[in-house]
Design a protein around this ligand. Structure first.
Ligand code: CIR
Length: 257
């Protein structure tokens, strides 16, 4: 299977304040910050094992959610589109990411009143799916279209319901194959793709990182793991219990360039 290709992964450390991260699905068990750091270390090692060089950004204790760097920017070709995150506590996270990437990428920005989280943006080759969620609005999709359309990217809006982000319910494995949680996204947008249906008791497994012939899959998803295995995927299993308490999944903690 032809999986997406990547050279670099932007990652950001787990701040000391991670136990104050936003919990959009309501109160959860307390987050164990040292354990979150161990899990993040294993995640970074798995990205390296998949052949990616890491671009590290220091964590910042002012931003409890800053490890979820995916939400801060969308990358396509030479361009980085800096996001406009709606939650007040997260809006300051983008500055450090922009500073780190501007030396080698062409910087664009999503401007208010548009709001966008990178977790709502799924790129499959030259198609960009933008989830219209509680975090991302139609104006943001429109702005992405005018920034990336001239480079040949086709931007498609997708209705999202009952999950945080588009990528909470769908990610790309390779070729025309996607992981899919039925019932949360407008299905017509994905009519051209073959779907591995993720069972409702493994919801976190709809969000995997597939790159350079490896698929990072979260622990605790035996059925999805078996299905990916049947499709010939080489899997790396990662425990992300602490990130999940803050609604973080595998893609959230990196931006792959
Ligand atoms: C938030 O609510 O913004 C964070 N606690 C979780 C963000 C997860 N990011 C992602 O799925 N891309």
């Amino acid at each position: 299977m032809k999986t997406p290709i990547g050279t670099y992964a932007v990652v950001r450390g787990v701040p000391r304040t991670f136990d104050q991260a936003i919990t959009p699905t309501g109160p959860v068990e307390p987050i164990d910050v040292p354990l979150a750091r161990e899990q993040h270390f294993a995640y970074c090692s798995a990205l390296e094992a998949a052949g990616l060089r890491l671009i590290r950004i220091e964590s910042d204790d002012r931003f409890p959610d800053c490890v979820f760097v995916e939400d801060t920017a969308v990358v396509a070709g030479e361009k980085v589109v800096v996001a406009a995150m709606a939650p007040e506590s997260r809006s300051g996270e983008t500055a450090a990411v922009e500073r780190r990437l501007r030396d080698f990428m062409d910087v664009h920005r999503i401007e208010a009143p548009a709001t966008l989280d990178g977790g709502d943006v799924l790129r499959i080759d030259d198609r960009i799916f933008v989830g219209l969620s509680e975090r991302t609005n139609g104006q943001a999709a429109e702005q992405l279209r005018s920034i990336l359309g001239p480079d040949g990217y086709e931007v498609t809006e997708v209705g999202v319901r009952d999950v945080l982000h588009l990528k909470s319910a769908c990610t790309h494995v390779g070729d025309d194959l996607i992981l899919w949680r039925p019932g949360y996204l407008e299905e017509e947008a994905f009519g051209a793709y073959r779907k591995i249906v993720v069972p409702e008791d493994e919801p976190h497994a709809a969000n995997c990182v597939s790159v350079n012939g490896r698929v990072l899959i979260p622990a605790g998803a035996p059925e999805t793991r078996a299905k990916l295995h049947e499709h010939g995927c080489t899997l790396i299993e990662i425990e992300i219990s602490e990130a999940r308490k803050a609604a973080g999944l595998l893609t959230c903690s990196s931006i792959i360039l």
